[in-house]
Write a protein that binds this ligand. Structure first.
Ligand SMILES: C[S@@+](CC[C@H](N)C(=O)[O-])C[C@H]1O[C@@H](n2cnc3c(N)ncnc32)[C@H](O)[C@@H]1O
Length: 230
């Protein structure tokens, strides 16, 4: 479902490459680690240190790669569709390789990875099935896919992924709403089994960082799902 039907802010909408191309400069000043790193820290079913090969999809500026680096000695590859975001990842020095690619068509050989991750990108995909299919293709049997997403309930409350341009203008990056059941249907169709799931709410820790979000107190803002490839 297009996010625009829920959008309460009505900022102009830009496409993914244009949006993240501009946002890359200030992205890490804005994105909150509580969205995803807090959920990753809570995962019980993944032995991060056991992985030897990891693919970080939609790696952006490399926040997840940096987190992974402190939890595993695995070789970590990253892909993203926005060159300016990848430049930030390159500067972190935590990835073995980085390439420009779509998460639905990574260009990697089949069954290369023990573990795949993707954080905060599924809301930019019109369909989930091609994502789960491609990740199933590049993941070894018995391997793991950890996906963190912007929670559909939060998106449906009217807040899309947005940022302020250098000019000060606020813009929205083209987004879609995928229900949690859409994830389950797409993943099951590609041979994934759900091992673990958690959701993050706007709580006191969030309000300390973003007091203006008191109005959203109690709403779920992000989710994590851990999938095992059958
Ligand atoms: C909110 S950022 C998340 C970046 C990083 N994973 C993080 O958590 O900081 C979303 C990223 O997804 C990338 N992206 C969106 N759609 C994509 C696609 N179809 N294929 C590859 N990357 C994509 C964008 O370029 C952007 O870098």
């Amino acid at each position: 479902m297009e996010h625009s039907i829920y959008d309460k802010r009505k900022y102009p909408i830009v496409d993914v490459r244009e949006g993240y191309g501009e946002w890359a400069r200030t992205y890490e000043d804005i994105v909150q680690d509580q969205m995803d790193l807090r959920l990753l820290e809570g995962i019980q079913t993944v032995d991060w240190s056991a992985a030897q090969t990891v693919l970080d999809l939609a790696c952006g500026t490399g926040r997840i790669g940096a987190w992974l680096k402190s939890h595993t000695t695995a070789a970590i590859d990253g892909i993203d569709i926005t060159p300016e975001m990848l430049e930030g990842a390159r500067n972190k020095g935590v990835y073995r390789t980085l390439r420009i690619a779509n998460v639905t068509n990574t260009g990697f050989a089949a069954e290369m990875y023990d573990l795949c991750t993707q954080s905060l990108a599924d809301e930019h995909l019109p369909e989930l099935l091609p994502l789960y299919q491609e990740v199933a293709r590049v993941t070894k049997r018995g391997g793991t896919f950890v996906i963190v997403g912007f929670h559909p309930q939060f998106l449906m409350a009217g807040i899309p992924t947005h940022f302020d341009r250098a000019s000060g203008e606020s813009v929205t990056i083209h987004s879609y709403v995928h229900l949690l059941s859409d994830h389950v249907k797409a993943a099951y169709a590609c041979g994934w089994s759900l091992l673990e799931m958690n959701e993050g709410l706007i709580d006191d820790a969030w309000l300390q960082k973003k007091p203006k979000w008191k109005v959203y107190y109690g709403l779920p803002i992000s989710f994590v799902m851990v999938w095992r490839r059958n």
